[in-house]
Design a protein around this ligand. Structure first.
Ligand code: SF4
Length: 351
C-alpha cells in the first residue's frame, strides 16, 4: 500500500492542514483545491501555476486518485450515462439528465452521482443492490464524477450542470462523511459554486444519519426512497425496513423538520399491482403529512431478474387522482434513459 496522501480524498479543512504541514502559505491550499475540484487535474504535474519545485515536493508525499472516463452511452431521450474507472479498476456510473426547452436549449441539467461501488442494502428492485457493497467512494471520486459530467454538459448542451442528485449507485448516508464533504465542495465558490438548494441527497431511511444531518443543519435537500407506504410491503422490497421501519423513519423526519424547517421529498417507484392501489395512495398521503413534503412518483424501468414491473397508466392516473384528492403534493417523474439502463434502480456495472 502506498504511503502517499491521496489529495482528492481530503476535504477542504484537511487540505489546508496538509499545506500547513508542508510549510506552505494558505493560497497554495486554494490552488490545490481548484486544481482538484474545479479543473479536474489528473496529475500533480498538471497543476501548472505551482512552481516546478513545489510540484516535485508534492509528488514525493502525495498523489491524486480521481476518476477516469471509461465509457459513455446516449439514450434516445437525451440522457447520457458515463462509466468511470477508479484507481483500483472498480467501476461506477453517473447519469446526465437534460430537460430541454421546446427549441432544444437546455433548461435543467441534472447529474445523478454514485456514492459507493455497489450497495449493501439489497433492495429487490435495484440492480446496484445485486452487486453487494464493494467499497465507499472518496470525496474526489464523487466530485470527479460531477466535474466530468459538467464538462460533458458544457460540450453537449453549451451549459453548466444545474442540479446534482445523490441517487446513483450506493446509499449516500452509508458513506456519510465523504458524501457531505463532497456536497460542501460542490457548493464552494472555488469549486462549482452550486447553490445548496440545487443538491439533493437521498437515503433509504438510515435514521441515525438523518438525525445527524438534521443536527448538523445541512443545507441540501433531503429525499427519502420510500417505495411502499406500509411496513409489510416496504420490508418485502427493502430489507432495511425490517430494522428501521416507518415509525423510526417518522421520528427521524420529525426531528429533521424540527431542526431545519425544510420539507422532505419522498421517492416512490410505482410498481404494477404491488404498491399502486388506491389504498396505497391513501397510506402514502398520510405519510406525506408527517412533515411538509412532496412526492415524486417514479415510473419504474425494468431491471433484469426483477419480477416487479412498471405500473400501468390507468392505475397511475387513479393513484395520482387519490393523492391529489387528499391534498398531497405529488408529481410523476418518467424515469429517463431506459434504453441505456440509466433509469432509477438500473445502475450497476456489468464489466
Ligand atoms: S435502492 Fe439504493 S439503497 Fe437500495 S440497494 Fe439500490 S442503491 Fe442500495
Amino acid at each position: 500500500m502506498s504511503d502517499l496522501v491521496n489529495l482528492s480524498a481530503l476535504n477542504k479543512e484537511q487540505l489546508t492542514r496538509f499545506c500547513e504541514d508542508m510549510g506552505w502559505k494558505r493560497y497554495r491550499s486554494d490552488q490545490l483545491f481548484q486544481w482538484i475540484h474545479y479543473h479536474r487535474a489528473a496529475t500533480i504535474d498538471a497543476m501548472s501555476n505551482l512552481p516546478k519545485a513545489a510540484r516535485e515536493e508534492l509528488s514525493r508525499v502525495a498523489e491524486l486518485k480521481g476518476v477516469e472516463a471509461a465509457g459513455e452511452s446516449r439514450s434516445a431521450d437525451g440522457t447520457i450515462k458515463m462509466l468511470f474507472r477508479l484507481h483500483d479498476d472498480r467501476l461506477v456510473e453517473s447519469v446526465l439528465i437534460p430537460e430541454l426547452f421546446p427549441d432544444g436549449v437546455a433548461d435543467r441539467l441534472t447529474v445523478c452521482v454514485s456514492s459507493q461501488v455497489g450497495c449493501v442494502f439489497g433492495c429487490t428492485f435495484c440492480a446496484t443492490g445485486k452487486m453487494g457493497l464493494l467499497r465507499n467512494l472518496t470525496i474526489g471520486e464523487i466530485t470527479g464524477q460531477v466535474l466530468a459530467m459538467n464538462h460533458l454538459a458544457e460540450k453537449t448542451f453549451d451549459k453548466r450542470i444545474t442540479n446534482v442528485v445523490y441517487m446513483g449507485m450506493g446509499e449516500p448516508f452509508h458513506n456519510y462523511k465523504p458524501v457531505t464533504d463532497s456536497a460542501e465542495i460542490l457548493c464552494d465558490p472555488l469549486g462549482l459554486d452550486l447553490s445548496p438548494r440545487r443538491i439533493t441527497i437521498s437515503t433509504v431511511g438510515l435514521t441515525r444519519q438523518i438525525q445527524r444531518y438534521a443536527d448538523e443543519r445541512r443545507p441540501w435537500n433531503l429525499a427519502i426512497s420510500l417505495h411502499a407506504a406500509d411496513d409489510e410491503k416496504r420490508s418485502r422490497i427493502m430489507p432495511i425496513n425490517e430494522n428501521l421501519n416507518l415509525n423510526a423513519l417518522r421520528e427521524a423526519l420529525t426531528h429533521y423538520h424540527r431542526q431545519t424547517r425544510q420539507p422532505v421529498t419522498y421517492e416512490y417507484l410505482l410498481f404494477d399491482r404491488f404498491n399502486d392501489a388506491v389504498d396505497d395512495a391513501r397510506k402514502l398521503a398520510k405519510i406525506a403529512r408527517w412533515v411538509p413534503s412532496k412526492i415524486n412518483i417514479i415510473m419504474y424501468n425494468h431491471v433484469e431478474g426483477v419480477t416487479l414491473q412498471r405500473a400501468k397508466e390507468d392505475r397511475l392516473s387513479r393513484f395520482m387522482g387519490e393523492l391529489t384528492r387528499l391534498g398531497a403534493r405529488a408529481t410523476v417523474r418518467r424515469s429517463r434513459g431506459d434504453d441505456i439502463e440509466a433509469g432509477c434502480g438500473q445502475l450497476a456495472t456489468k464489466k
